[in-house]
Ligand binder design. Sequence first.
Ligand SMILES: *Cc1c(COP(=O)(O)O)cnc(C)c1O
Length: 354
Amino acid sequence: MKKHNFSAGPCILPSSVFKEASQAVLDFNNSGLSILEISHRSKDFVSVIEEARTLVLDLLGLQNKGYQALFLHGGASTQFLSVAYNLLEKKAAYLNTGTWSSKAIKEAKLFGEIIEVASSKDKQFNCIPKNYSVDQSFDYFHCTSNNTIYGTQIKEFPSVEIPMVCDMSSDIFSRELNFENFDLIYAGAQKNMGPAGTTLVVVKESILGKVSREIPSLFDYQIQIEKESMFNTPAVYAVYVSLLNLRWLQSLGGIKAIEKANHKKAQLLYSAIDNNSLFTGYAAKEDRSIMNATFNLKSKKLEPLFNDMCQEANINGINGHRSIGGYRASMYNALPISSVEILIEVMNQLERKA
Ligand SMILES: *Cc1c(COP(=O)(O)O)cnc(C)c1O
């Protein structure tokens, strides 16, 4: 029995993607070889990674605009330091909206001065700070578009006159943004793009090459661009499955189409949370994420019953992050609306019972 998978990451992907991906393990492109045993320099795989890079730029509307798409190793967490390695000469501005931003700040501090231009830490990160300013004295501005753990999301990005860097790990390809406003976007694949194991970096080439330090090759974006993400062996299978998912997204009508579906799912769930007397939302309403909905039972005593009912209904992965507890329903692109409806039905059943 297939589960309703609300896992925050690694997360659900379309079943058609799982099917095609599993077929390629047995026989890739009728080659008589598994995708797991071919050279990353083979024609078949080079065309996979090239198509994936092209699709990324197409979907984001960044084709022929001076951007490069890279598939790197080490997760989004490695980008916390790579960003600073490549861009930080003296000081950088960071917006602190949660655990991941805080970790990005910590790593960047190894390379220079970091100023937190605003933080919602004193509000337990339940909202996005507004009305802060970022002047031109900084090398770049860094923010996290969607706070996977707290369930908040930046709806309006500041306009800054320095390079804007954004960790979009948990909402990339979920909503339309003017991606040209960003100079560097990165995302661990496993939240909304593919399986764990590869990390997407989309970078505007003109911002590179400006720091005076030496950068180790693996972390150097310019070298990775030159080597077309193949400085060393890329995560062949993770890139392939990401490509399948990007093709799926494109066939649906791209980001515009999926954004509509994502809004619908989020609206349904948030109104269920607001209308159910037993539950309360965690994030400030105006900052609610359309990807990760965080909520709590007002009475902790009901948690075991609710957990049992969820399990009974084949609902997986709605426990909140271990750092904040409560519940979190992640509604990434591939999650069908029917799964959201089932969760809501269980919440309503609980209300009738309690
Ligand atoms: C999960 C997550 C990360 C960490 O990703 P890894 O690929 O595990 O390093 C960073 N930022 C955000 C916003 C995340 O959701």
